[in-house]
Write a protein of this length. Structure first.
Length: 277
């Protein structure tokens, strides 16, 4: 096993050009193999070879501390040891070092991409991984299917000391977050911000400022985070996704995401810090 630390360095790559012995993280049905303490396990090549686990395929992820790092996917009925368990990534949010979250995020997205593109959309034949590119290929016309991500905007709307936060119908209790939505085909991120905010709460904004981004593998989003200032409009939740939306003073916030878990938490924390909170 590879010891876990906060100093691990991961470099995403598509093709393994190293002759060094590889290491792997293990996945089964979108859940990671962890210790009973919910710690991600990283296996040496020898560990996997002598284990009784059954694997269906492996995908190269990149280099972890210069060692080739793979995703090894178990068969659906493969046994695991009594000292381990399977844990979904959502249950590990806020508990993983950033490097491990990046590796797990990449693993989930590549696993999902491979499953969704098992068969060619033109001829129906089974596709295979391309030998020199991160792509699924078919012999029928030489077309390649690359991994795709879905860009989304996520926005903290503010008005002086107040933050506009919303409660999604799927959120528990009094949990609130920032507004978010997918960028439509042919749409810029800025246009998506104006459209999504107005669709969800009937508010118009101005002075849009980019904050940062986050890979969000549920299933394959790239979250683009922004700050925006309130311009006009009375809050009217759409009743479809958003059932409640309110202004909150920065010193009297409801339960919100934390910055070590999601970019929505980072947006909130950065604005509160700016106000001296």
């Amino acid at each position: 096993m590879i010891p876990i630390s906060n100093n691990l360095v991961f470099t995403p790559e598509n093709i393994n050009n190293s002759s060094e012995a590889s290491i792997s993280i293990v996945l089964r049905n979108q859940e990671f193999l962890t210790s009973k303490a919910s710690e991600i396990l990283i296996f040496e090549e020898e560990d996997l070879r002598w284990s009784e686990m059954e694997f269906q395929h492996k995908q190269f992820l990149g280099y972890l501390d210069n060692k080739p790092c793979f995703l090894a996917e178990l068969t659906s009925d493969s046994k695991i040891t009594d000292e381990t368990m399977l844990t979904p990534l959502r249950a590990l949010l806020g508990r993983l070092p950033d490097t491990l979250f990046t590796i797990c995020s990449r693993s989930l997205q590549l696993s999902d991409w491979k499953k969704q593109n098992k068969y060619c959309g033109l001829c129906g034949s089974e596709m295979s991984l391309h030998k020199t590119e991160r792509a699924m290929s078919c012999n029928c016309n030489g077309s390649l299917i690359y991994p795709r991500i879905s860009p989304c905007i996520i926005v903290l709307v503010t008005d002086g000391d107040n933050l506009l936060l919303a409660h999604n119908k799927n959120f528990p209790g009094d949990f609130y977050s920032t507004l978010a939505g997918f960028i439509e085909a042919g749409e810029s991120a800025e246009s998506a911000i104006h459209r999504e905010i107005f669709e969800e709460v009937k508010v118009k904004v101005t002075n849009i400022q980019y904050h940062g981004s986050q890979s969000w593998p549920f299933p394959s989003q790239l979250m683009l985070g922004y700050h925006a200032e309130y311009l006009e409009g009375d809050i009217q939740p759409d009743g479809v996704e958003i059932d409640k939306a309110e202004w909150f003073h920065y010193q009297e916030l409801p339960q919100v995401p934390t910055g070590n878990i999601s970019i929505s938490g980072q947006l909130i924390e950065s604005y509160v810090k700016k106000l001296g909170g």
